[in-house]
Design a protein. Structure first.
Length: 212
């Protein structure tokens, strides 16, 4: 598989220990949360300040929960994932679609149609992150953010090799590089919950699409 990300990374950097199609791994729904309550609250707090209320939100690699703040209302919340049952159980989604982004990176959305894109605790599974995030940039409106948040929690056999080889600071640098190579001119890192404290650590990297 070609990585379509950074030419100085060898393809094996994006290999997985479990090389079977992701659709098989996610065929059965998992109605669990992958980060603890404090980490979820930290993500919701960030969304509260970054995601515009009343806007159209794309929740990429989602499941049966989104971490959008309960009191906020949005025009549409478009969910994407690999398990239809999980997406159907998510009360925040107004619509959803199932797609394996490692097999097909093109998003079925109009150009400049989304006010914010979210990707929570999932970026580590992307084998073609550059191509996916270039598509995210395409569907975002000018000046809109993509918020990529992550912890040290994952399915290690499905995470790409380079993710498994890095620590938390390295993960933030890697995601920043993904966004830079995808054409986001402004990139911000946020430590939402530091490593070494109680509970799950949480970091977010935000890429802002250029304003016209």
């Amino acid at each position: 598989m070609t990585t379509q990300i950074v030419p100085d990374f060898p393809p094996e950097a994006f290999a997985k220990h479990d090389g079977a199609p992701d659709t098989l791994f996610y065929a059965q729904p998992r109605f669990v949360t992958h980060i603890d309550d404090a980490a979820i609250a930290a993500v919701a707090d960030l969304y509260r300040t970054v995601v515009p209320e009343g806007g159209i939100v794309l929740d990429l690699m989602s499941s049966w929960v989104s971490h959008l703040p309960d009191e906020a209302a949005y025009a549409r919340v478009i969910g994407h994932g690999l398990n239809a049952a999980e997406l159907a159980a998510n009360p925040r989604l107004t619509e959803s679609f199932v797609q394996d982004l490692n097999a097909e990176t093109n998003l079925p959305l109009e150009t400049a149609s989304v006010d914010a894109a979210l990707m929570c605790v999932s970026v580590q599974y992307l084998q073609r992150p550059g191509a996916v995030l270039t598509e995210v940039a395409r569907v975002l409106r000018p000046g809109a953010p993509v918020v990529i948040s992550f912890s040290n929690r994952c399915f290690p056999t499905k995470a790409v090799a380079i993710w498994n080889a890095l620590d938390g600071a390295g993960h933030a640098q890697l995601v920043g590089l993904y966004l830079q190579r995808a054409g986001f001119p402004r990139i911000e890192g946020h430590v939402l919950k530091p490593e070494g404290g109680p509970g799950d650590p949480m970091t977010a990297v935000i890429g802002w699409k250029a304003a016209d």
